[in-house]
Design a protein around this ligand. Structure first.
Ligand code: PMP
Length: 358
């Protein structure tokens, strides 16, 4: 089997065990004589998958019953719209931290719904970073504060989260369950699944039930958090197969433990950053204290060398290292399921490439 080292930013590498299990169960799920994809979303087979997925994520995130764990189609971009539609009512202001391209998209959507205060703006800073807690200019009585825990494109990550009076909302698309954190600090978190959780096109959403009650009656049912809470994410036909894969990933995560996964993530990121810092050839893109453990961004001395680097790496089975088209450079996305051997292979490749071209 020819599996490559997949540094894609998302959709991204999934645990091999998960793919193998899905393969084994594909044609005949638990002796039902059909695939889970072909099963009724109201049947007992799918019901068990759905319930286990929700229970496992609740456990992984240490959520009390004050929170609901939801599966909502449309990915994180849908949440850019749903969060303000549900939580930002007339006459209120929401504080948004603009730390990069993804936060910027969230700001843009929220502005269509209501009053937005950009509490800090470092989206265009080079080296890239997220703001410090002291920089935030928060609005007294804000409806909520929104931040992006990890900027997938710039490679900057919040290492600790600010304490806010207003409910804290986070887009955790690119680092959810890559490290332990206290869910009680947040009122709403959401994550597009295609990095650490499963297939694209769906978001894991965790919301305080009391916060969801704020939504106006004028919002269509399909866009309201309370609909998903009341109907256990089964108001409409959910993306059953995606939730099934997410369930398998949640099992895989429970088996490892988030603390262990985090330790390994830190070690993985550290190895690549050490290779970047070893000389003057590679230059990290993010401010050191905010360097992401998930998306490691760096530059080479010229764009021509970067192009050559990506091409040669691809020939060496190191795929997906090209930086986002909006910023260029190199990006190594190394989510939970990315194996240590791939990190070691990249480090050796970087050393050899520097020797030849430095
Ligand atoms: N937020 C972040 C931090 C992301 O990285 C992405 C996708 N790369 C999104 C939001 C958008 O996610 P989706 O494509 O699932 O809408």
């Amino acid at each position: 089997m020819a599996r490559v080292f997949n540094f894609n930013a998302g959709p991204a590498v999934l645990p091999l065990e998960v793919l193998q299990e899905a393969q084994v169960e594909l044609l005949d799920f638990k002796s039902s004589g059909m695939s889970i994809m072909e099963s009724s979303h109201r049947g007992k087979e799918y019901d068990a998958v759905h319930a286990e997925a929700a229970a496992n994520f609740k456990k992984l995130l240490n959520c009390s019953d004050d929170y609901a764990v939801l599966f909502i189609a449309g990915g994180a971009s849908m949440q850019f719209a749903m969060a303000p539609m549900n939580l930002l009512n007339a006459g209120q202001t929401a504080d948004y931290v603009n730390s990069g391209a993804w936060a910027g998209k969230a700001v843009k959507e929220a502005k269509l719904i209501g009053q937005v205060n950009v509490a800090a703006d470092c989206a265009k800073d080079i080296p890239t970073r997220v703001p410090s807690e002291q920089e935030l200019k928060l609005t007294p009585g804000a409806a909520y504060v929104h931040l992006t825990s990890n900027e997938t494109i710039s490679g900057a990550q919040w290492k600790t989260f600010p304490k806010t009076e207003a409910p804290l909302v986070a887009d955790m698309s690119s680092d959810i369950l890559s490290r332990p954190f206290d869910i009680n600090q947040f009122s709403l978190i959401y994550a597009g699944a295609q990095k650490n959780l499963g297939p694209s096109g769906i978001a894991l959403v965790v919301i305080r039930k009391d916060l969801a009650e704020r939504a106006s009656d004028k919002i269509p049912a399909i866009l309201k958090y309370t609909t998903y809470i009341k109907k256990n994410s089964l108001y409409n036909t959910p993306p059953c197969f995606s939730i099934y894969i997410m369930m398998l990933v949640s099992r895989w995560l429970l088996k490892q433990g988030v603390a262990t996964v985090y330790q390994r993530n830190v070690e993985k990121a550290h190895k690549i950053y050490a290779a970047i810092d070893a000389g003057n050839f590679y230059k990290g893109t993010a401010v050191r204290e905010y360097r992401s453990d998930m998306n490691i961004t760096f530059r080479l001395p010229s764009e021509a060398l970067e192009e050559q680097f990506v091409k040669a790496a691809s020939q060496a089975n190191l795929k997906g290292l090209k930086g986002h088209r909006s910023v260029g450079g190199i990006r190594a996305s190394v989510y939970n399921a990315f194996p240590m051997e791939g990190i070691d292979a990249l480090v050796i490749f970087m050393q050899e490439f520097e020797k030849k071209n430095g």
